[in-house]
Design a protein around this ligand. Sequence first.
Ligand code: S3P
Ligand code: PEP
Length: 457
Amino acid sequence: MSEPAPTPSARTPIAHQASPAAAPLRGAVRVPGDKSISHRAIMMGALAEGTTTIEGLLEGADVMATIRAMRQLGATVTQGDGPGMWRVVGWGRQGPQEPADVLDMGNAGTGARLLAGLLAPWPLTAFLTGDGSLRKRPMKRVTAPLGRMGVGFATRAGDRLPMAIQGTVKGRPITYRLPVASAQVKSALMLAGLNCQGETVVIEPSPTRDHTENMLRHFGVPVSVEDTERGRTIRLTGPATLRAVHINVPGDPSSAAFPLVAALLVPGSDVRIENVGLNPLRTGLLTTLREMGADLQLEDVRDGAGEAMGTLHARHSALKAVDVPAERAPSMIDEYPILAMACAMAAGTSRLRGLEELRVKESDRLAATLALLQGNGVKAWVEGDDLFIEGSGGDPVPGGGVVATHMDHRLAMSAVVMGLASQKGLEVDDLSFVDTSFPGFLQLLGQLQQTPVGGKP
Ligand SMILES: O=C(O)C1=C[C@@H](OP(=O)(O)O)[C@@H](O)[C@H](O)C1
Ligand SMILES: C=C(OP(=O)(O)O)C(=O)O
């Protein structure tokens, strides 16, 4: 008898020795599909009338958890012929069915929070949980505004998962100004608004990634966006019908960040990363690396169905320290751990400001990034919500540490990149979470290190 499929929360730890780079990174590669867009493509495909086809879908653990949940709710989600090719037959006007079991969203904050919004305006009861990391993350940011639509929630102490959702027959649309800049909260409210009677309005203090807005329009739902004195104001009117479409998911800029920074840090490197999403609300890292003096070019920039995409071309660079303003955080919120690795080798002391949201990611990323730096001989400290990093001025960092990754994929990959740029290498306690967003990460680095110098980058 075959083993039952593991639940999204079950993983076996993988210890790893991250060695100094034996060779420069050279060549052209593609990174897996964008995680934010992939979650939304599966969810909107499930909400739509008809069959949505997707190419370039991220087949990482977080998106797999979303696929599993959509199946439990009645959508038919099947894999097509090639990697990243998927079909979703939506439940459309009929709405989702009440799930017979708990919806386990694994490690995925985006999956859990968007799902809370998606389920809110339907007459059903559902139970959500996640892995040890997700069960520590705050849910009040979605349960508070969704509660105002008439939805019932019961959560564990401190508004943590597991949680029960008692959907409402026809939700009351709300107008809500986000207390924190969060695309997840904005998107949860918009997904809920789709089945409310009337206009849902979300006001953002500062703009966050707008994949939900772009994709809803692609599915035929009018969404208006206006910059006002109170902030960016997003409006949609329900009930709305989504019509199935084809979606081409670009490569994830948050994943591209790892080989990109590795190329900047390892002497002799020259790397092209093709087909990367370049939505302007996701490019804060590119702006920052340029300010640091990175040799970084955009090539072949084009429009891929409402989302800009193109090739990132990076060469080894002498970096200088940077002062990153807090206002830039929403456009690079997941890139701070890997940016910190670049700062560790820059000339001078960098200051990354306004990082309070990093404390509530897959781990406390502010504390864990600090520990990663300090444990490998880099002088770094935190003042308030700002991270300071004293760079080595281009020399490899000492390394030699044992890195605790706390179930956090971005910390694990940042540690591997720091290992490449270190004198002694370092140990990573668990690489199994890399699969959350970047299956094949180590293989991709290996491929880049095998391209001979003189080979075509
Ligand atoms: O909407 C999304 O897809 C995401 C939004 C961000 O979270 P917040 O909304 O909590 O900032 C980001 O950190 C996450 O990886 C993906
Ligand atoms: C914060 C992240 O994801 P999520 O919130 O979806 O778990 C991330 O991918 O860095």
